[in-house]
Structure formats: structure tokens, C-alpha cells
Design a protein around this ligand. Structure first.
Ligand code: FAD
Length: 240
């Protein structure tokens, strides 16, 4: 019997498994997708997140330093530098590759599989053919494990959706910019010397370009070609 079975090898699952291994436990991560996993994300790691990555003993992946946050609406803006260090704008694939490397180096076993049914007894949990003392459900926002255990609650608040794309544009700022419009928000994160990511979040379901049209000033800045295709996620709210 192993100590810890982690369902899901995203950032939360891999970080949990590394911490468990550093604490002397035998941890196995079960994840169906090969590394590096990409995902719709704003890709801004706050200073506390950078410290958390360092605490894992991880070599920081390549990215772009983030020094604060700026909120923009038309001609108005408000901004503040981070008071507790520097953040990191980082492509999701770079972050995932670095976390996977660190997990493997720490001795975490990563099994390519999807967890289905989970069995429980007084002293163990069984899933994906493995028996463990504990199981961590790190299987994402819509956690099938949580749903399977009947822990989801109905959520009647408006549903929000996220879409993101990257552009070959030299970053014009080392702040995360949050642009507001009546239709939603656009998060702009520099992630490399020549790439910015733009994630739009809204309750309205429509195409990425339609969303972006609500931010004409931002659109003017994005004068380089797209660097990635559009990737989406949602709905983003869950009650547990
Ligand atoms: C548009 C958008 C913008 C965002 N911007 C930011 C940001 O700027 N900064 C920030 O910090 N956060 C941001 N977030 C949030 C961030 O993406 C999530 O908090 C983060 O991905 C959560 O990581 P996780 O490991 O919990 O889940 P995930 O990254 O979703 O990983 C879950 C993993 O579980 C696996 N899995 C699912 N089902 C099973 C199963 N049955 N068996 C085994 N494995 C399974 C999946 O394959 C997946 O790899 C954003 C999110 C969105 C949608």
C-alpha cells in the first residue's frame, strides 16, 4: 500500500505530491494527459506563488517578471506595485514541465491513467488499481472525484467562461493589466520577452475576437500575430 494517491497532475496535484515526498511519504500521481499540459489560464503567478514554487525546490521556469497589477477602464487606471516581491508571468506549459521535472526528481511516480471509481475501506482508498492510505482529489475545478462523492452543490450565480490566446508582441509593461468593459474583463500577462497572453473572462458566451472587440485600446496594442490558438475553460464558478 502506498501512502498518497494524488488524482490529477496539474499544478496542485504535482505540488502536493512533491511536498508529500519531501515529508517522507510515497506519493503517486495519476494523470491521463502527457506533460506538459496546456490550459486556458491568465498565467500570472503572484509573488506568494513564486515563493511556493521555490519552496518545492524547483528551478523557476522561463517567463517574464511581474512587478504589480494595473486596472484599466477606458482613460482611467489604478495600479499598485506588489509589496511582497516579484511575480512571474509564465506559459502554462513551461510551468507544468518544470513541476513535472521536479516531481520526478523528488521521486514521485506519475502514472498515465484516468481515475474512475474510488473504493474506500476503514484504512485505505483504492483507485486506478492502486491502494493508498490517503487520496487527494486534485482533479481540477470540475473535479470528477468531488462530484462522484456527492460533494458538489448547485450554483445558481451567473456562469463565467474564460478564453485565452497569446500574441507575438513585445510586452509594454511588467504589470499584469486587467482591462474592464461592460462585457467582462481581459487579463494581460507578459510571459516572455516577445509574447503576451490575453485571457478574457465573461458571463457572455461568444467568440474570442468578439470579446476582444470590447477593449479597443488593448486591441491597438496587440499589433503582432497570434502566437497560439484560442483555448477555453468554464464555467468558472463552483460551490463545494
Ligand atoms: C481563464 C483563466 C485564467 C486564469 N488565470 C490565472 C492566473 O493568472 N493566475 C493563477 O494563479 N491562476 C489562474 N487561473 C486559475 C488556474 O488556472 C487554476 O487555479 C489552476 O489550473 C488549478 O490547478 P489544479 O492543479 O487544481 O487543476 P488543473 O490545472 O485543472 O489540473 C487538474 C488535472 O486533473 C486531471 N484530471 C481530471 N480528471 C481526472 C481523473 N478522473 N483522473 C485523473 N486525473 C484527472 C486533469 O487532466 C488535469 O491535468 C485561471 C483560470 C482560468 C480558467
Amino acid at each position: 500500500m502506498i501512502d498518497l494517491l494524488v488524482v490529477g497532475g496539474g499544478p496542485a496535484g504535482l505540488a502536493t505530491a512533491v511536498h508529500a515526498t519531501l515529508a517522507g511519504m510515497e506519493a503517486v500521481v495519476v494523470e491521463p494527459r502527457p506533460s506538459p499540459v496546456d490550459k486556458a489560464c491568465g498565467e500570472g503567478v503572484m509573488p506568494s506563488g513564486v515563493r511556493a514554487l521555490r519552496a518545492l525546490g524547483l528551478e523557476l521556469p522561463p517567463g517574464h517578471p511581474l512587478r504589480g497589477i494595473r486596472y484599466v477602464r477606458g482613460p482611467h487606471h489604478a495600479e499598485a506595485p506588489f509589496g511582497d516581491g516579484t511575480g512571474l508571468g509564465v506559459r502554462r506549459t513551461e510551468l507544468h514541465a518544470a513541476l513535472t521535472r521536479r516531481a520526478e526528481e523528488a521521486g514521485v511516480k506519475i502514472v498515465t491513467d484516468r481515475v474512475g471509481e474510488i473504493g474506500q475501506s476503514a484504512d485505505s482508498v483504492t483507485a486506478a488499481g492502486l491502494r493508498a492510505r490517503w487520496l487527494v482529489a486534485a482533479d481540477g475545478l470540475h473535479s470528477p472525484v468531488r462530484r462522484g462523492l456527492g460533494l458538489d452543490l448547485p450554483d445558481r450565480r451567473p456562469r463565467r467562461y474564460g478564453l485565452r490566446r497569446h500574441y507575438h508582441v513585445k510586452p509594454w509593461t511588467d504589470f499584469v493589466e486587467v482591462h474592464w468593459s461592460d462585457a467582462g474583463e481581459a487579463y494581460v500577462t507578459p510571459v516572455a520577452e516577445d509574447v503576451v497572453g490575453v485571457a478574457v473572462l465573461s458571463t457572455r458566451r461568444r467568440g474570442y475576437d468578439e470579446h476582444l472587440a470590447a477593449f479597443p485600446d488593448l486591441l491597438d496594442r496587440l499589433d503582432g500575430p497570434p502566437a497560439t490558438s484560442v483555448r477555453g475553460a468554464g464555467p468558472l464558478r463552483q460551490r463545494v
